[in-house]
Write a protein that binds this ligand. Structure first.
Ligand SMILES: [Zn+2]
Length: 148
């Protein structure tokens, strides 16, 4: 019965919603650091240099309460609703900037786990990968991501 019930949930819950659920569970299990706007910009500038890309600008903006942040690929910016934000939130939006597909599909998940692995820590990346697979979200195996 338990399996049948969770299978029903997975059919009716969107990929985006399951992505948020997985990331919330991950953030509870292994929190990432909370940064100020200045720290966020400095951190992303360091990441951009390592990744060989232009540094995106993080700025505070009024936005719908449904969002804590929004990636703006054409302006290479990340808009955030609050002046404090987690590293996970920043890398989530960074993954949107770097991915061709602007959704929460497998390309996005692979990219976010890779970014977390390189710029936060190996245990964080392993926990995020597990949170995704626990929510029936597919992505490439962690051993492949961690070698990239
Ligand atoms: Zn997103």
């Amino acid at each position: 019965m338990g399996n049948f019930k969770s299978a029903q949930v997975d059919v009716t819950t969107s990929e985006t919603q399951r992505t948020y659920t997985a990331e919330d569970a991950f953030e509870l299990e292994l929190p990432t650091r909370v940064l100020s706007l200045t720290e966020a910009n400095n951190w992303l500038a360091m990441i951009a240099e390592t990744e060989g890309i232009d540094s995106p600008l993080v700025f505070k903006s009024t936005m719908s309460k449904n969002y804590d942040a929004l990636a703006l690929p054409s302006d290479w910016c990340i808009a955030v609703r609050k002046s404090k934000m987690t590293q996970l939130l920043l890398l989530h939006e960074m993954a949107h900037l770097l991915c061709v597909n602007k959704n929460h599909g497998p390309e996005f998940r692979n990219e976010l786990v890779r970014l977390v692995r390189h710029h936060i820590s190996f245990p964080h990346a392993a926990a995020l990968h597990k949170a995704y697979t626990d929510n029936n979200l597919t992505l490439i195996s962690f051993s492949i991501i961690s070698k990239n």
